[in-house]
Ligand binder design. Structure first.
Ligand SMILES: [Mg+2]
Length: 411
């Protein structure tokens, strides 16, 4: 399953007037284009194009521009997955807009695909394409075919050995094959998915890797990539953002770092994790004067793994103090939590005696209030009240589905 032009489609669910209108969505701080509607693609706007450079062209072409609205996209993604779950309990959430569904045991797969597509559209408003095949690699190709060829009405079933279709898929369009790898494959006379499917797996393993050998099997309908129903535990949690405008005042940077620390704490508690170490980093703009470029980080280890926001902010500030140099204009800061462990079985420290019961209750209440009444209903004073360091999101749409204040009203 893959949602078509996902971010743009999320915006359109609540703005049906934008149907047929060229739309683009921008990255954090409104830096560059990260999603385009079909119309914008047709007008030649490229992925990754710098917003300030293409702004005159966007205006001239009448393109509607949005800042990214991750609360909306995350929630819409959850809604789509909950529709998929009505059809099969076995699924892997691969990315914010892609999932693999295990349909083994089902018949009439094309009809089923249509049904999943229609139900998703009806229940969430999101347009999806369905690619059906015996392996994940082939399913990704099938989805691509469904998307590019309107005659299939959004659902395509690809058989292993379908020479006509596989021939049309270039190397770099195969899942997991990078542009860098493409010329090396071409040297061996492999130009498309069909060629790769007919290559000798052993030879591919010798020349490249076991990963690519598996790809050959996958293209032949022999499944080598399991469905990952449980997302692998995260290695670390990073919250970092560029400031909307350069910051040189220590208290403002402290506030930003406190907010990032708060978000990182929320993420950990949501996953039942606690961190053993914390790193704060800070830098000036890499685009600025090379003479004054400054970037530094500092790491501390907690006496015991924690997910208490108060402790996380304290540690993040302690690190910040070590790396802050006055007189510089900073562009970005971040907080990274690592050494993640299950919060219920942490290694205890003999001398450290925190009030874990109180901390746990406090964090649970905090999370509940913020979940029920909206983000930051209750927050640490450390994160301040000023907002001038905040991300630039000049054209962000309302958080229609996650904030009571933003709920759509019908006049
Ligand atoms: Mg997509």
């Amino acid at each position: 399953m893959d949602v078509n032009n996902f971010y743009v489609s999320c915006e359109r669910v609540f703005r049906p007037d934008l149907e047929g209108v060229p739309v683009v969505v921008l990255s954090n701080n409104d830096a560059c284009i990260i999603a385009r509607s079909q119309e914008s693609k047709g007008l030649g706007f490229k992925m990754g194009a710098l917003f300030h450079k293409v702004l005159p062209d966007l205006k001239k072409a009448g393109v509607k521009v949005f800042s990214s609205n991750y609360p909306l996209y995350g929630d819409m993604s959850d809604r789509a997955v909950s529709v998929y779950r009505q059809f099969t309990p076995r699924l892997e959430i691969y990315s914010i807009d892609e999932s693999f569904l295990d349909l083994s045991g089902f018949d009439e797969l094309l009809d089923l695909g249509q049904k999943i597509k229609q139900t998703t559209k009806r229940d969430t408003g999101l347009p999806v394409c369905v690619g059906i095949a015996q392996t994940k690699t082939l399913a990704k190709i099938a989805n691509r075919i469904a998307k590019k060829n309107p005659q299939y009405n959004g659902v395509f079933k690809l058989e292993a050995g379908d020479a006509e279709q596989l021939q049309k898929i270039e190397n770099a369009d195969i899942w997991g094959i990078s542009r860098r790898l493409d010329p090396k494959l071409q040297e061996l006379g492999i130009y498309n998915a069909l060629d790769l499917s007919r290559a000798d797996p052993k030879k591919i393993r010798q020349k490249f890797s076991v990963v690519l050998e598996r790809m050959v099997y996958e293209l032949n309908g022999i499944s080598c990539l399991d469905l990952e129903e449980v997302a692998p535990a995260k290695k670390g949690i990073m919250v970092s953002r560029g400031f909307g405008q350069y910051q040189d005042k220590y208290p403002r940077i402290q506030e930003a770092v406190a907010v990032y620390a708060t978000r990182a704490g929320e993420k950990m508690r949501k996953q039942g994790l606690a961190a053993n170490t914390l790193t704060t980093f800070l830098r000036t703009s890499p685009q600025g004067d090379a003479q004054t470029y400054y970037s530094n980080s500092h790491t501390v280890a907690f006496p015991e793994a924690t997910n208490d926001t108060a402790l996380i902010i304290k540690a993040a500030w302690w690190c910040l103090k070590k790396i802050y140099r006055p007189g510089l204009k900073y562009q970005k800061a971040g907080v990274f939590l690592d050494g993640l462990v299950n919060a219920d079985c942490t290694q205890k420290d003999f001398f450290f005696k925190p009030d874990t019961g109180k901390s746990k209750t406090l964090m649970t209440v905090l999370d509940k209030l913020n979940k029920d009444h909206g983000r930051d209903t209750v927050r640490f004073a450390a994160s301040g009240v000023s907002t001038d360091w905040k991300m630039r999101q000049r054209m962000v749409s309302p958080r229609y589905t996650t904030s009571w204040d933003d709920i759509k009203t019908i006049p």
